[in-house]
Design a protein. Structure first.
Length: 178
């Protein structure tokens, strides 16, 4: 099968999965959009798929995890992330042209997508090897684990009053006022 045929086959599969979830009424309600704290190592283990080329689109599930930033965001072509965001029903679609690498507590280094405004914030306020809480959306799983779009971060030290739970309450109130 030609590479073009494989891409079309993958897009058809992704489309069918999306239609199934959307037709079942599986949509992200604003009031339900709470960032779920995940252990990055367990998250990677649970999100790893078998054979290369398989992907499972998620419905942009909000997650937060702690990790060390290994490398500043670098510009890279990001065509698949836009497909995943559109299938997940994200509107408006954020601008995503960068990825960076983060390291879990057990030493796993994984790539994450980074939203445009967050790139500026990270470049101006986070150091390599610094631990932070990263807020993002779980977009899909593939053979290396979960693909996450990072939309914000907070250095671990900034959330000391009340721990992560206290910081999440403040952050989510700001993001989704009631």
């Amino acid at each position: 099968m030609r590479p073009d045929g494989r891409i079309m086959q993958l897009l058809l599969r992704v489309f069918l999965v999306a239609v199934f979830f959307l037709s079942a009424g599986f949509a992200l309600a604003e009031d339900d959009a709470k960032f779920r704290e995940v252990d990055l190592d367990r998250f990677v283990e649970a999100g790893t798929l078998g054979p290369k080329g398989n992907k499972i689109i998620k419905i942009a599930e909000p997650v937060v995890f702690s990790a060390k930033m290994k490398r500043y965001p670098d510009k890279k072509e990001m065509s698949y992330v836009y497909t995943a965001l559109q299938i997940a029903g994200v509107d408006p679609v954020p601008e995503v042209n960068h990825r960076m690498f983060v390291e879990s507590k057990e030493g796993r280094i994984i790539p994450v997508y980074v939203e445009k405004q967050t790139v500026k914030k990270i470049n101006g306020g986070l150091e390599e090897e610094q631990e932070a809480y990263f807020f993002g959306y779980h977009l899909y799983n593939y053979e290396k684990g979960p693909a996450v779009l990072v939309v914000d971060y907070a250095p671990v030290g900034e959330s000391s009053s009340g721990g992560l739970k206290g910081f999440l309450r403040k952050w989510q109130k700001w993001l989704w006022p009631r």
